[in-house]
Design a protein around this ligand. Structure first.
Ligand code: SF4
Length: 243
């Protein structure tokens, strides 16, 4: 899909302005992807200030922590948002678990990718179907795979729709300041050393000095620490394409 030349991109990189631009430009064909991380709680709060009816979707992989479900429900109540939940295809999960067992993701990178494809990537494709844009809580500080992240890109992996990462340049401390200032609910795993939270069997707390995603798939090397949701990210900000 070619870039829509009629889109008026914002000149700012301020997070609130990018959220507002995304919702004003694309609603209802824009949705916020939420895994109930600190990043996503901040973005949902910013978004409901702009549009109380903002579309928020989440993927229930079936292997999330109890604390994540508790956070999800706290966010739903506190911010009065309707969460559009997506689940993996039942038959694909049944086949994988029957043939490979419940912890196949520990056996090889291929097996781990296969599980992420079934539990995350495929539901994400359905969530994004029909959208013109989506909003994510990705940040450059999350690790080597995200260090070149740009705030507005074309998502080539999902038909060239616009992918907005309003807090791409934020530091972890800024997130905490925002959450405390607005007294927002957050995932309690953050209190016990989890800066990044995914599925329960594939996430551990990080040690002092480790980067934010060191606890994700900790048995793999840093350049593999993606689940396929963001792996094909375009390195070019859309705004440079219109110059
Ligand atoms: S993070 Fe682990 S459990 Fe979750 S989908 Fe990926 S491999 Fe499967």
């Amino acid at each position: 899909m070619e870039l829509d030349r009629s889109i008026k991109f914002p000149a700012t990189d301020e997070a609130q302005d990018l959220v507002k631009w995304g919702l004003d430009s694309f609603h209802p064909a824009v949705a916020l992807a939420c895994s109930f991380s600190l990043e996503d709680v901040v973005l949902v709060h910013m978004a409901v200030q702009v549009r109380p009816d903002v579309r928020v979707f989440a993927i229930d992989t079936g292997r999330l922590n109890e604390e994540t479900y508790q956070c999800a429900d706290a966010v739903r109540r506190r911010l009065n948002v309707n969460i559009e939940w997506y689940f993996p295809e039942r038959q694909a999960v049944e086949k994988m678990e029957r043939e490979e067992g419940l912890f196949s993701f520990h056996e090889s990178l291929e097996a781990r990718h296969a599980c992420c494809r079934i539990r995350k990537v495929e539901p994400l494709s359905r969530a994004l179907s029909g959208l013109k844009a989506w909003v994510t809580g990705l940040r450059r500080g999350q690790g080597v795979t995200r260090s070149e992240l740009k705030p507005i890109v074309r998502d080539e992996a999902h038909g060239g729709i616009i992918k907005i990462s309003p807090i791409a340049t934020w530091e972890f401390e800024q997130l905490w300041n925002y959450v405390r200032h607005h007294n927002l609910p957050y995932n309690r795993l953050h209190d016990i050393g989890y800066p990044s939270i995914g599925c329960e069997p594939c996430t551990r707390a990080v040690r002092t000095g480790e980067d934010a995603r060191a606890g994700r798939w900790w048995w793999e090397s840093p350049e593999h620490k993606e689940c396929g949701l963001h792996i094909n990210d375009n390195k070019q900000d859309c705004r440079t394409l219109q110059n």
